[in-house]
Design a binder for this molecule. Sequence first.
Ligand code: AMP
Length: 509
Amino acid sequence: MNIAHWLLDAAQRWPQRPALFEGTRQVADYQAFASRVRARAQALRDTHGIGPGDRVALLMKNSCAYLELLYAIWWSGAVAVPINSKLHALEAAWIAENAGARLVYTDTGDVFTELPGECRELVAPTQDAPVSGDELQAPFPRQDSDLAWLFYTSGTTGRSKGVMLSHGNLMAMSLCYPLDVDPVSADDAVVYAAPMSHGAGLYNFIHVRCGARHVVPVSHGFQAEELFGLARQLGQVSLFAAPTMVKRMVEQARRQGYAGDGIKTIVYGGGPMYLADLSEALDTFGPRLVQIYGQGECPMTITALPRAVIADRAQPDWASRAASVGRAQSCVEVRVLDADGQPQAPGVAGEIAVRGAAVMQGYWANPQATAATLVDGWLRTGDIGCLDALGYLTLTDRSKDVIISGGSNIYPREVEEVLMQHPEVFEACVVGEADAEWGESVVAFVVSRAPGSLDAQVLNHWFLARMASFKKPKKYLFCDELPKNSYGKVLKTRLRQWLQAPDTPLGDR
Ligand code: AMP
């Protein structure tokens, strides 16, 4: 089934329900949303010659037009290639070329020096005049296994790959949301504060299915103060936010004395949420937090940690539960494997593998990477973690981030958790550095709350009171901020590169 049927269905059932909002201003109800999508689908076909299976890229900031174009692409049977608008033009061009996109919608004008690969034209999202005709009343027929979304990974560890997500993958992912993450009602308003090319955009489907409101901030992105204003005025707001965004929301909320009024749910994931930060978020916003763990290859849908578990700080196991990413979502199985691909016993760390309806079809035009990642029907995530006897999964790290020092495995996440508990530490990130004696040694990059408030001696003392000395950082590097990608993930690759060439600026992309 073509997932665009969900929009057709919503428009038929609830034509007058509010659908699209720019800030607090409603710009379309469900009937208008579907008509705009039909007109755009017709333009795709008749003006731009796009047919079923063709790839159409979107290199745009978040907007209501973004949603219209996504659905128009699916309505016409084509494949959407959302590209993060914050990428460098060369990175974006590479994605458009790799995907073989025939058309790129962009709101940044002549972004490329030449049209990438098979691309024939750049089109502004506002450019398409409605095309008359009524042939495209319903979405073009698609099978569950047909490609819908080419999802380019955020590339924190190398060149980004095109994850092939089918209509069936997107449906499975979406149906897990009300079962495992958060029930959805028509009164809800999903706010797109993080890039729609990634997780936030993927959460549109279930909200279309349930006839909820879709809100794009006027800033087109994430500004905590604006978000709080939207929540107060619109009510029942839910959003997806990376842990670094949650942290910024907490700081801003504290500054202005805001306690989460109008926010229904903050779904966080995409990177580690340290316990110290989670406690502050709970103190500030109360029981409004839910965690998910996923990756482009199994989008948003590996595990979930429910609101009740996160909020129940009186539970004796709270700290270990809250530090976990929860239990498998409804449409997937999760295993932890040893080096030979055999399941590990509870409590023993290994590579996390996932199987089920949300797992990708493979990597676009990359059979080698596909074969290395989808093994015997299981997606090898490249993440290291362990399951407990009740099925709670705790992530330690990406396999390539594990530090092996003097033959012992040291998981950066553990070291970071301890550093983050220090009241003067604002952010910390731990990587390995080549070491002639130990193979690798532990290096901690630290951002302190007030400049000069910390030094290595203070942190060593703090550390040794809490953790085995072999895990202690050999070096602390104090910096003003950590380099992050446009999804808010800390770029460990950049930190490692910097260790090799410290005269290059840390924040430079
Ligand atoms: P991406 O494909 O860009 O979404 O990145 C996915 C990766 O982010 C995963 O493989 C994990 O390493 C990490 N990640 C996702 N969710 C979480 C989470 N809840 N906690 C810690 N790391 C996470």
